[in-house]
Write a protein that binds this ligand. Sequence first.
Ligand SMILES: NC(=O)C1=CN([C@@H]2O[C@H](COP(=O)(O)OP(=O)(O)OC[C@H]3O[C@@H](n4cnc5c(N)ncnc54)[C@H](O)[C@@H]3O)[C@@H](O)[C@H]2O)C=CC1
Ligand SMILES: NCCC[C@@H](N)C(=O)NCCCC[C@H](N)C(=O)O
Length: 261
Amino acid sequence: MALLTPEDLANMTNALVENDRLITELTDYSLDGLCRKIYGTVPRNEKIAIIPVTAGNGIIGSFSESLLFTVQHFGMDGFITENTDVAGYYEAVTNGADIILMADDLAYIAHNLRNGKIAHNQICTGRIYAEILCHAKDYADDKDVLVIGLGKVGTPALETFLNEKQNVYVFDVDSKRVDEILTDYPVFKYDPAKEPKSFFKIFEATPCADTICESALKENSIVSTPGIPLGISDELIEKYKVRVVSEPLGIGTLSMLYDVF
Ligand SMILES: NC(=O)C1=CN([C@@H]2O[C@H](COP(=O)(O)OP(=O)(O)OC[C@H]3O[C@@H](n4cnc5c(N)ncnc54)[C@H](O)[C@@H]3O)[C@@H](O)[C@H]2O)C=CC1
Ligand SMILES: NCCC[C@@H](N)C(=O)NCCCC[C@H](N)C(=O)O
């Protein structure tokens, strides 16, 4: 999995606030309101503990602080444990935590100690970024959506689009992965060389820049992308007046929390 860097998180607080405003403009739901709608849950003053984890590549500068900002920005009660790892887990539980947030290099989870629910960042991220496109009021009648990147985030997104009755076109550089997806899901292969097609709604989740080609775009397209780095160039954003929902950590984190409330 591509790991976050401190640079990825440098502008995270502004990005979360700006993307919340954009999501509200696009869907008439705030991010918080959209999470409540899709999960059917609400926060009930849960105490949320954030545990820094030193395993693998270790602690990522401002990762825990970014989670705390997210928790507090949406009016919830959170704290970062002073201790890391197992000692941090013990500190969290003995200080009354209801929900644990923690991440190593392989998984970032939310675990509700009261109801047993557990959420995975890649699944919840794919789901929320897909739901933002499904709720885009300008394109409510246009069911076509392009999904670029069919990995651990893109696949839950694809499943969300299908559940929301979208016509899903898929692309990935890994042709074997495309074949697997075409076998397992009722989706269409996106092959611009053979059959050019442009979209008002594009989802991207790859670890590469500039994955969205000009021929896929329409004027005023919406790109909803957790992918890091950004999968569309500034030039194309400007040329096609593209609205881009893109933020490194907070949107997926809020989705995880609503999944375990
Ligand atoms: N913003 C957020 O909250 C989050 C962001 N991410 C980011 O999302 C991205 C995807 O994460 P995962 O799905 O876990 O990775 P993954 O490795 O499971 O999947 C990535 C997929 O993209 C495909 N791909 C790579 N280069 C491509 C290209 N140029 N064009 C088309 N497809 C291409 C790969 O073949 C693979 O199938 C990563 O950049 C990750 O850092 C992940 C979780 C949360
Ligand atoms: N954008 C959300 C997905 C994050 C994921 N790509 C990642 O970097 N995971 C590693 C996080 C490691 C955190 C570290 N163990 C700490 O606790 O600071």
